[in-house]
Ligand binder design. Structure first.
Ligand SMILES: NC(=O)c1ccc[n+]([C@@H]2O[C@H](COP(=O)([O-])OP(=O)(O)OC[C@H]3O[C@@H](n4cnc5c(N)ncnc54)[C@H](O)[C@@H]3O)[C@@H](O)[C@H]2O)c1
Ligand SMILES: [Zn+2]
Ligand SMILES: [Zn+2]
Length: 401
């Protein structure tokens, strides 16, 4: 009988897990370290690697050995100037790793799947389930008034391991949501969170009824968010995406991920010319729908000109406040009867859909893993943020050294 390496590994894990079941019924795969390191953002632009004692683990805890975590634009925004007033904190919310300790009270993940030591895990939001939105509008839990997320919450005296830029993360907060993702590889798991932002935006856009096999869509901004949005649109059967950015490399990547046409706004500097190109590609009408993914107010003001009368636009590019813009509402909105929507983060319910999207990318050969261009160890997180700010690559990630 042929036995594969992964089958052997699975058997060894199972035996170790059974051997290490404590008298309380909680399980661990191995000796839990007495202390572990985390990159603490002590003040703006200053990550300091600190060693913290491991808190005593309870029957309600999950301890995860970190395998990797994407660096998000929001992390870099916080690194630049602490606008959220969270310092000192352990950042990193796009993380994944392997469960090394499981409290006996935890029987399943948030989707109801069985969970065990050795499983690969991702976290989603820390739900509140108690505010006006959670109680009255459960379909809009992404707009919860108190929603937390591991990696964007301050260090807690009882748990320093609340972010993924660390050796371990300790999932302990009531309302934590987490998913077993054993069938996804490390790159896919590190891209899951940003993919979830885009899947949520797709689902919002689909509510307008304007996204179908025949839709022509403008995608403005080809950073990690825009490029993932391009892949989500492609996987959803939108074959006519017109991607706009100022970076030839990012536009090239947009093409690889499914954009039909690209426009470099630094080469075609006259907006009227860019609008004429879009009209030429859309039977003279303008795009059916547009996704705004730049975070640049000037771009956000321009986008209306690319959209046809009766079309729609999803604003997803301002997770942080980058300032105002001015438009003429007569031309931009009222006269066009435009369908305007915003998209804000995601809720835990979007995670299973996003996992399906990641599997779909494999089947459709959409090379999303190529988005990861740089990796950095724990003591190089300042450099990781600098590379992100300089837009030297696309997706920058932390991988434990
Ligand atoms: N809605 C959400 O839940 C959510 C979640 C995360 C991030 N975001 C937002 O998404 C935005 C994009 O994130 P990112 O990580 O991809 O950022 P990024 O800065 O790497 O990418 C932005 C891209 O926009 C391009 N751009 C700038 N001006 C443009 C213009 N006039 N026309 C076309 N392209 C232009 C830039 O060249 C760049 O490639 C951020 O501003 C962030 O706030 C939203
Ligand atoms: Zn993020
Ligand atoms: Zn709530």
């Amino acid at each position: 009988m042929d036995v594969s390496a992964s089958q052997v590994e699975e058997v060894v894990r199972k035996i170790l897990s059974e051997l290490s079941t404590s008298s309380t019924g909680s399980t661990a795969c191995c000796a839990i370290p007495k202390s572990a390191k985390a990159a603490v953002l002590a003040e703006p632009k200053k990550f300091v690697v600190k060693e913290f004692p491991m808190p005593e683990l309870t029957d309600n805890d999950i301890l995860v050995k970190v395998e990797g975590c994407g660096v998000c634009g929001t992390d870099v925004h916080e690194w630049k100037g602490d606008p959220f007033g969270l310092c000192p904190l352990v950042l990193g919310h796009e993380g994944t790793g392997e469960i090394v300790y499981l409290g006996k009270n935890i029987k399943e993940d948030t989707a109801g799947h069985p969970i065990k030591v050795g499983d690969k895990l991702v976290t989603s939001v820390i739900s509140c389930d108690n505010c006006f939105i959670c109680r009255n509008h459960p379909g809009q839990k992404n707009l919860c008034w108190n929603q937390g997320i591991y990696g964007l919450v301050p260090i807690d005296p009882s748990n320093p391991f609340r972010g993924w830029f660390a050796e371990y993360i300790l999932i302990r907060d009531p309302g934590s949501t987490y998913f077993v993702v054993n069938d996804l590889n490390l790159n896919q798991r590190m891209l899951l969170e940003v993919a979830c932002v885009c899947v949520h935006a797709l689902l919002r856009g689909q509510k307008t009824g304007l996204l179908n096999f025949n839709s022509k869509v403008v995608l403005q901004g080809c950073g990690p968010v825009g490029l993932m949005m391009c892949s989500v649109l492609r996987a959803a059967g939108i074959n006519h995406v017109i991607a706009i950015d100022g970076s030839p490399k990012r536009l090239e990547m947009a093409k690889k991920l499914g954009a039909k046409t690209t426009i470099n706004f630094r080469e075609i500097t006259d907006k009227k010319e860019r609008v004429a190109i879009v009209q030429g590609l859309t039977d003279g009408a303008g795009a059916d729908f547009a996704y705004q993914c730049t975070g640049a107010p000037a771009a956000a003001a321009d986008i209306y000109d690319f959209i046809r009368r009766g079309g729609g636009m999803c604003e997803m590019g301002f997770f942080v406040n980058n300032g105002d813009y001015q438009v003429n509402p007569h031309f931009a909105m009222c006269n066009k009867e435009i369908n305007l929507i915003g998209s804000w983060a995601y809720s835990a319910e979007d995670y299973p859909v996003t996992m399906a999207f990641l599997r779909q990318c494999k089947e459709m050969n959409i090379p999303i893993e190529d988005l990861i261009t740089h990796t950095f160890p724990l003591d190089k997180m300042n450099e990781a943020c600098e590379v992100n700010v300089a837009q030297q690559g696309i997706k920058v990630c932390y991988i434990p050294g």
